[in-house]
Ligand binder design. Sequence first.
Ligand code: ATP
Length: 257
Amino acid sequence: MSETPLLAARALQVTTPARALCTGLELSIRPGERWGLLGRNGAGKSTLLHTLAGLRPAQAGSLLLDGIPLAALTPRTRAQRIGLLPQVHEDAFAGSVLETALIGRHPHLGPWGWETERDIELARAALAAVGLGGFESRRIASLSGGERRRLGFASLLTQDPALYLLDEPSNHLDIHYQHVLLGLLKQRIASGARAWLMVSHDPTLAARYCNRIVLLHADGHTETGGTELLTATALSALYGHPLHRLESPFGPLFVPG
Ligand SMILES: Nc1ncnc2c1ncn2[C@@H]1O[C@H](COP(=O)(O)OP(=O)(O)OP(=O)(O)O)[C@@H](O)[C@H]1O
């Protein structure tokens, strides 16, 4: 495949003061791909995701965004191309729902930094898409956990990056919204120029929504490939817990033993 990857990791090493979380990662994320990143608690999934987003340095190796070293790009250029849905939303400013959805437009604003009618339209449309139409003037502190999570998706939709980095996106979402929101992003990615990498603790969800997989093992080595990596044997070893794979019309279901 000759197309330049949206994001490429070459011999990437991510460490904490205590240990190596990820060693020698080779990853090419291309348009149309939906990557699932699976591993145990504490394996280093969020730290790796933040490194791929350029929010923390790698200890070795390189990261290329559209073929250009990520570190050479301005934060604004990076934010036009990469969007992060964090595991937890930490709200430094107690703004309204509409103001928070509009944060996604910041990397795209003109030199004066003012939002246009079009930006506000996009934010309103994103809120409606996540079921928060009519919530625009609510304070974010008054939202339920699932409503706050849906607002995080709305901010990401208004940002409309090429690469969506999603940290446990199903957190706080009921079953309906898990499928509505992942379905919505999947549709965006099907349109061609975008991709996602999502951290998940649910191999059933990963098998249903992802077409590429990274298994991050506790010793820092990784396996990358298609969904054929999602075998009962591989996942039982990954989690240190027996898992059974059952076939269903909706794809494989993984059930703990
Ligand atoms: N600054 C730090 N100093 C020491 N250890 C750290 C530091 N930051 C993270 N860690 C450790 O690195 C490991 C990886 O953390 P990370 O949050 O990336 O794991 P994770 O795979 O996302 O876990 P979870 O599934 O529990 O969310 C954890 O053991 C964590 O305690």
